[in-house]
Design a protein around this ligand. Structure first.
Ligand code: PLP
Length: 399
């Protein structure tokens, strides 16, 4: 058999998937707190729009860039919600934000170039880098500094071949939301080093604390409401070097429908629209109609889900306080990060033991980078009582 190159053959497996497999294989019941998937169906009007599209037999190819109604609806949402002002032709519809991230990496860097990725950070940034032959350079986010970026340290990580930095606020796995001041610093840093910023905003509307701050954005506040995270693309200088990646997956519980969107400078988007032909050709048409309905229909679903994540977050930290568990209070997304720092035991070992011996599945911290060593991530996209019971089982197991 011809050789499969190491770039793909030796791609490390996701540590979360390994825990999922163990949980599936378990004969005893396991409380599932390892996956980041909303525990709800999409709003009814979204499902109806998808059904209506299928009934209209809209099963053919769509334009590479996405259906015009959805591009326009995304541009409108970006202005209304994120204060990002782009034309509809600066929006590319992607197969989930994951495909948007891979396409962005392919568009903005050449093989061998370097990309700065958060550590702890979503493991897929490292996977994409590897598959696109880029070198991922982790930038540490530390508990001691509230998981804020250290720009002096970052400056030392920039080399000749650094092309872009990936940022993610609200963060998976930390739940940290960076305010307008931090985002302005990111734009300044990128200007200084002539880098692209790839801003993964897939949890943009899942903000659980009031963090709204104005950092001198031309028109109005940096985000439309305190329930929306600030995007660097909305800040001065952002329109030239920030590429944002958004998703329908988390906000509207549409994970399996695979719809996301990328926006940024016109030249970047024109390039990416061309590339889409070679990547996925186009995104599923009926799902795109569902996404139009999601943006244009009633938005109560978004606020109700946010409220439910907030309640679960509050319960999770109440129980953690009661149990004496160390945690990072999540201000956004739906994860609780527990920096346990166990001596002599890795997060991977602990996560495996927890499934086997305590009947609770969590994500091991190392999956998110070396700074995650000894930590675990608990998903809050689960029933409140399961979260509370899961945390108790973890503490009982630790003894
Ligand atoms: C930080 C982050 N970005 C992107 C995604 C991908 O979402 P999707 O491809 O479903 O839009 C996820 C999903 O877990 C995520 O946690």
């Amino acid at each position: 058999m011809p050789k499969i190159p190491p770039r793909s053959a030796e791609l490390p497996r996701s540590g979360i998937r390994a825990v999922m497999d163990l949980a599936w294989a378990s004969t005893a019941p396991v409380i599932r707190l390892e996956v980041g998937q909303p525990d709800a169906a999409p709003p009814e009007h979204v499902l109806e729009a998808i059904t209506a599209s299928i009934q209209r037999k809209e099963t053919g190819y769509t334009p590479n860039a996405g259906i015009p109604e959805l591009r326009a609806a995304c541009a409108d949402k970006l202005a209304r919600v994120n204060r990002i002002h782009v034309d509809a032709d600066q929006v590319l519809i992607t197969a989930g934000s994951m495909q948007g991230l891979s396409a962005t990496a392919l568009a903005l860097a050449d093989p061998g170039d370097e990309v700065l990725v958060p550590d702890p950070g979503w493991p897929n940034y490292r996977m994409v880098s590897r598959l696109t032959s880029l070198q991922a350079v982790p930038y540490p986010l530390r508990r001691e500094t509230g998981y804020r970026p250290d720009f002096d340290e970052l400056a030392h990580l920039v080399g000749e071949r650094t092309r872009m930095v990936v940022i993610n606020s609200p963060s998976n796995p930390l739940g940290v939301v960076w305010d307008a001041a931090v985002m302005s610093d990111w734009v300044r840093f990128a200007e200084e080093h002539d880098l692209w910023i790839v801003s993964d905003e897939c949890y943009d509307q899942i903000v659980l604390d009031d963090l709204l701050e104005d950092a001198g954005v031309a028109e109005g506040p940096a985000a439309a409401s305190s329930a929306v995270a600030v995007s660097p693309a909305a800040l001065p200088g952002g329109s030239e070097r920030v590429v944002t990646v958004h998703s329908f997956s988390k906000t509207y519980a549409m994970t399996g429908l695979r719809v996301g969107y990328v926006s940024g400078p016109p030249e970047v988007l024109a390039t990416m629209v061309k590339m889409q032909e070679a990547l996925v050709a186009c995104v599923n048409g009926p799902a795109q109609h569902g996404a139009v309905a999601a943006l244009q229909g009633p938005q109560e679903f978004v606020s109700e889900r946010r409220e439910s994540y907030r309640r679960r977050r509050d319960r999770a930290i109440e129980v953690s306080d009661e149990l004496g568990l160390p945690y990072q209070r999540p201000s956004g997304a739906f994860y609780l990060w527990l920096p346990l720092r166990l001596h002599g035991r890795s997060g991977v070992e602990l996560a495996e033991e927890l499934v086997r011996d305590a009947g609770v599945a969590v994500a091991p911290g190392e999956t998110f980078g070396s700074e995650g060593e000894g930590a675990i991530r608990v998903s809050l996209a689960a029933a409140e009582d399961d979260i509370a019971a899961g945390l108790r089982r973890i503490v009982a197991h630790l003894g």
